[in-house]
Design a protein around this ligand. Structure first.
Ligand code: DC
Length: 224
């Protein structure tokens, strides 16, 4: 079994690249951000504001999260319901970032993430995969790109999903979210000391996938 950790800020292309690499290697792609988004969605649906820590914590006993793989795609079920792209709305991104700073939320999601990695070969993307979730991962990559490149990609992605988005808003919210995620007290989004830094500002998706596959083959030799 192989464990690959891909961390980095929002819009760095982690999910597109990890998905493509998973397909090439025939392993499971795990999008951990979707778990925080699902909790953010629930907290918002209960009418709590993003800074209501007690409100966020009070939601946890009411939440059952299940991750299923259907035709190779990850689906996250919240109390039996698949929320689909509803968790991709910009407002839910901000809620996801807020709930992810609450230690109780991180503990709540820990076993779900580690269980998937214990049962499957995985490429898992998030913010703390190399530092907290899979500290013994075979390969750790911290993927990043300039703010402008990331905001541009994120805006296109949202528009392609039919979600209303303006570049200026996406850039502003992305910078706010990165700040929250990288400065929080628990499991901040930082590169693990043994992670390889990969700046893909000027790479195409194909070049980026090839770069990641090269890193994996170099680290794992003939096992992949
Ligand atoms: O990767 P994403 O944009 O879907 O993640 C949404 C939020 O969830 C992000 O702002 C921070 C949080 N998150 C986290 O704290 N740890 C992870 N492993 C993944 C996401």
């Amino acid at each position: 079994m192989i464990k690959i950790a891909i961390d980095g800020p929002s819009g760095a292309g982690k999910s597109s690249i990890a998905k493509a690499v998973a397909a090439r290697l025939g392993i499971v792609y795990v999008d951990t951000g979707a778990l925080y988004r699902t909790i953010g969605y629930y907290v918002r649906s209960k009418g709590f504001s993003r800074d209501n820590i007690a409100g966020i914590i009070s939601c946890l006993p009411e939440i059952a999260i299940e991750v299923r793989y259907e035709n190779g795609a990850q689906h996250v079920y919240l109390n039996g319901e698949d929320l689909g792209d509803r968790i991709r709305e910009p407002e839910i991104s901000m809620y996801a970032s807020a709930v992810s700073a609450v230690p109780e939320v991180r503990t709540f999601l820990l076993d779900t993430q580690r269980d998937i990695a214990a049962k499957n070969s995985v490429i898992m993307d998030g913010r703390d995969i190399g530092t907290v979730i899979l500290p013994d991962a075979d390969v750790k990559i911290f993927m990043t790109a300039s703010n402008e490149a990331r905001a541009e990609r994120r805006t296109k992605e949202l528009l392609a999903k039919g979600i209303d988005a303006r570049y200026e808003d996406v850039l502003r919210e992305m910078i706010e979210r990165d700040y929250n995620d990288s400065t929080r007290a628990v499991a901040p989004a930082v590169a693990a000391p043994d992670a390889l830094l990969l700046d893909n500002s000027s790479m195409t998706i194909e070049e980026n996938v090839a770069a990641v596959l090269d890193i994996i083959r170099e680290k794992c030799g003939g096992t992949v």
